[in-house]
Design a protein around this ligand. Structure first.
Ligand code: AMP
Length: 288
């Protein structure tokens, strides 16, 4: 395992990840977020002090269907850091005519994880393209998904904050089964109408459907891995391989646990509150 890890670290894709992620710039955090920024390693402190600000290095964790993409993309708009979802990178490659396409389709449609080597390669390319376009910082969604991926990431850059989104498992399944995408504009929607009454001291939860506008309604498609059987397998794999990543970051004091209280209208303001972000201030500073 350790030998394989060293091999991966020295492979060209991991080296590319290293060069794309390594930044000596200081984190640019919204007002009030300074407490989420871990102190830079002593060896980097002097360089960081002399360098201009950098954007956030954040990670979203959470089971399939919890809404990582939704909240990561909203924060990305607010903070101006690119939202990078490895699931999207995998699907783009899968839908291309590239050499990996068939291999990826087989893995993804069974709900299994793609190899670390392939994921690191796709992520490195995405980061390089983003850098070439002047992007700075990142909000990762769907990576790291294994302890080895977390270790590789830790070896190449400092993560400021990891947001762990949580929701009841029966709701996760319903949300995955209700997920729809517009085949033309790529917009994400959800037809599930969740209304669970509280019982035995457990609070109820309501999540209204997120319906498409009329021009998308006839173009909706379902992800091929959003079938009941595959979602159950993805949840099982999450518990086996990805849940330990929560403890990895918890033990480093970087994990922010966030129980979703409901749909976007209830959850978004509470998430901003938990992150100590003033939406208004961010918009002002982005416009400045
Ligand atoms: P997602 O959209 O995040 O649910 O990802 C869709 C699929 O892409 C997953 O079920 C995996 O097969 C693959 N995938 C995405 N990210 C990773 C990763 N970090 N490691 C391994 N496989 C991944």
């Amino acid at each position: 395992m350790a030998a394989f890890s060293r091999l991966l670290r020295s492979s060209s894709s991991a080296r590319r990840l290293l060069s794309s992620l390594t930044s000596k710039k200081q984190s640019r955090l919204p007002a009030g977020l300074a407490h989420h920024k871990a102190a830079p390693a002593r060896t980097e402190a002097a360089a960081a002090a002399a360098a201009p600000e950098r954007n956030v290095h954040w990670v979203f964790l959470g089971c399939p269907g919890v809404g990582k993409g939704t909240y990561a993309s909203r924060l990305s708009n607010l903070l101006g850091a690119p939202h990078i979802a490895t699931g999207d990178l995998v699907r783009d490659e899968l839908n291309s005519s590239g050499p990996l396409s068939r291999q990826l389709a087989e893995i993804v449609n069974k709900g299994k994880l793609v190899s670390d080597e392939i994921i690191i390669n796709l992520l490195s390319k995405r980061l390089e393209n983003g850098e070439a376009k002047g992007g700075s910082g990142f909000i990762l969604d769907g990576f790291p998904r294994t302890i080895r991926q977390a270790e590789i990431l830790e070896g190449v850059t400092e993560i400021d904050l990891v947001i762990n989104l949580k929701l009841r498992e029966d709701i996760l399944l319903e949300k995955c089964l209700g997920r729809r995408m517009c085949s033309q504009c790529g917009g994400n929607f959800n037809v599930a109408d969740i209304n669970i009454k509280g019982e035995n001291g457990r609070p109820g939860i309501s999540m209204a459907p997120l319906l498409p506008p009329p021009h998308c309604a006839s173009k909706l498609i379902t992800r091929s891995d959003d079938t009941e059987e595959v979602v159950k397998e993805r949840l099982r794999i999450y518990h086996e391989k990805s849940q330990p990543v929560e403890q990895f970051y918890r033990s480093r004091g970087k994990l922010l646990e966030f129980d979703l209280p409901g749909g976007i209208p209830e959850s978004w303001p509470k998430l901003l509150q938990a992150l100590n972000i003033e939406e208004h201030d961010c918009k002002k500073s982005a416009a400045a």
